[in-house]
Design a binder for this molecule. Structure first.
Ligand SMILES: Cc1cc2nc3c(=O)[nH]c(=O)nc-3n(C[C@H](O)[C@H](O)[C@H](O)COP(=O)(O)OP(=O)(O)OC[C@H]3O[C@@H](n4cnc5c(N)ncnc54)[C@H](O)[C@@H]3O)c2cc1C
Length: 422
């Protein structure tokens, strides 16, 4: 039965007057449904309960176990096991959050209900969508789900991560590895270059006659100077980056022949990692919160959709202005959104937030670099950089600083996963 609860506050207040004492505690509070139990959704569900324990929070998640992308490049490079990336929802449930295991397939924004694949309907006063990304299958000619079994993307962690690792392990020494990196925007701007670094590290230590080429649909990328300086120092002659203007844009793939096609030629790989164009997770489209870009425009104070009232979008799926699509950004947005939703449900006005992001990348197991930023809503309705804030690791730092940043990266992972799942 789908019962709207939009007037709970009025009804709740009236009931409290009629039935003071114990019955008051039994009044149902507002109901928030969160779809997607990743860095954004799990953190938001928990922050909602912390903001106001009267809010009934249901977290809809398709999988019993979450597999984290941060540090999955280290799994591909043979430095870490996939199990270190995996988290369950037991502690989230222990916070009093109802875990609805299933895939959300539809949203009725008029009735304020979410439908799951098994037909269950969940009513909400406010809905938070945090579905992460989907691949834009078909955007790159030749690259479909079958092709991804030959040329893994490994851009959602799990089986794809292991597939790419196994392909590297099976490759003979002397093979050519090719990574294709997409145009902006996409999940984790430094991710393809961290991956290139850790694959280069694997090749240098295990298969030194091999070579790695990164074909890029861009002319510049996150932390570029730091990455390139490190590549010159650590992987000379092994790792080559080909910019868009130098023929890096991959226009088609031939999965059967492990070949990537550019306007300038064809690259036959021994192992090919195709990181394709992406869009918001598909429930965003079904809910009517994605625009023609495939991503979701939001209000920068509340993360409420600019297209559908009562639905908030956080994490990679959102168009968050200057904020990158990262786990840290997702966590920061989750807390901001939870605070705003709690205030809106209480009839109060949300206050303008400041959000932060910090992103570490490993260039080698003991060599870390980072970027940080602070963001605020601007008059143009977007999240923009706070002037004078943020920055990247110093270009001329001693090696000890790089080693310290690699250690900090591990601590960052423990913290961010603990906030979501621990
Ligand atoms: C290789 C790689 C390395 C990265 N490294 C870093 C890093 O070092 N630091 C960093 O900050 N970020 C990093 N990222 C980015 C980070 O992983 C993402 O930005 C982050 O996961 C976004 O969080 P999210 O909650 O939006 O999406 P996700 O974490 O992907 O969570 C989405 C969840 O929603 C669920 N879901 C989706 N649709 C439905 C539905 N319809 N019904 C039910 N459940 C649904 C999914 O199962 C999933 O659990 C990296 C990414 C990659 C690919």
């Amino acid at each position: 039965m789908n019962v709207g609860r939009r007037h709970f506050l009025k009804l709740g207040a009236a009931a409290a007057l009629l039935f003071p004492g114990p019955l008051r505690a039994q009044q149902p509070g507002p109901r928030v449904v969160v779809v997607g139990g990743g860095f954004a959704g799990a953190s938001c569900a928990r922050a909602l309960r912390q903001a106001d324990p009267r809010i009934g929070v249901t977290l809809v998640e398709a999988n019993a176990t979450f597999t984290a992308c941060p540090f999955s490049n280290a799994v591909i490079g043979g430095l870490r096991e996939l199990s270190a990336q995996q988290f369950t929802y037991e502690r989230v449930a222990a916070d009093g959050i109802v875990i609805a295991r299933g895939t959300a397939t539809g949203v009725d924004s008029q009735l304020r209900s979410v439908t799951l694949a098994d037909g269950t309907r969940l009513s909400y006063d406010r809905l938070v969508l945090a579905p992460g990304i989907d691949i834009r299958w078909g955007a790159l000619p030749g690259y479909d789900e079958a092709a991804a079994e030959r040329m893994p993307h490994a851009w959602r962690a799990g089986e794809q991560t292991l597939l790419l690792r196994r392909q590297l392990e099976a490759m003979p020494d002397g093979g050519l590895v090719v990574i294709s990196a997409p145009a902006n925007p996409f999940r984790c701007p430094p991710g393809p270059y961290e991956r290139a670094s850790l694959i280069a590290h694997y090749l240098k230590t295990k298969k030194p006659r091999s070579k790695l080429i990164v074909l890029d649909a861009k002319d510049s990328f996150s932390k570029q100077r730091l990455f390139q300086a490190a590549w010159t120092e650590l992987y000379p002659g092994l790792l080559e980056w080909v910019a868009l203007s130098k023929g890096g844009n991959v226009t088609a793939v031939d999965a059967a022949n492990l070949t990537l096609v550019t306007d300038f030629g064809r690259h036959k790989a021994a192992v090919a990692n195709v990181i394709p164009a992406q869009k918001a997770g598909r429930i965003a489209e079904a809910a009517g919160v994605a625009d023609r870009t495939g991503w979701c425009p939001i209000d920068p104070v509340t993360f409420e959709s600019k297209l559908q009232a009562g639905i908030h979008v956080i994490g990679d799926a959102a168009i968050a202005g200057a904020m990158p699509k990262s786990a840290f950004a997702a966590n920061s947005q989750a807390k901001t959104c939870a605070a705003a939703v709690a205030r809106l449900l209480a009839g109060a006005t949300p206050s303008a937030p400041k959000l932060i992001n910090t992103c570490y990348s490993l260039v080698a197991p003991d060599y870390g670099i980072s970027v940080a930023g602070v963001y605020q809503p601007a008059a143009n309705g977007q999240l923009t950089d706070v002037p004078g804030s943020g920055g990247v690791s110093p270009a001329d730092a001693p090696r000890a600083t790089r080693t310290a940043e690699a250690v900090l990266a591990e601590a960052w992972f423990r913290t961010i996963t603990a906030e979501a799942f621990g």
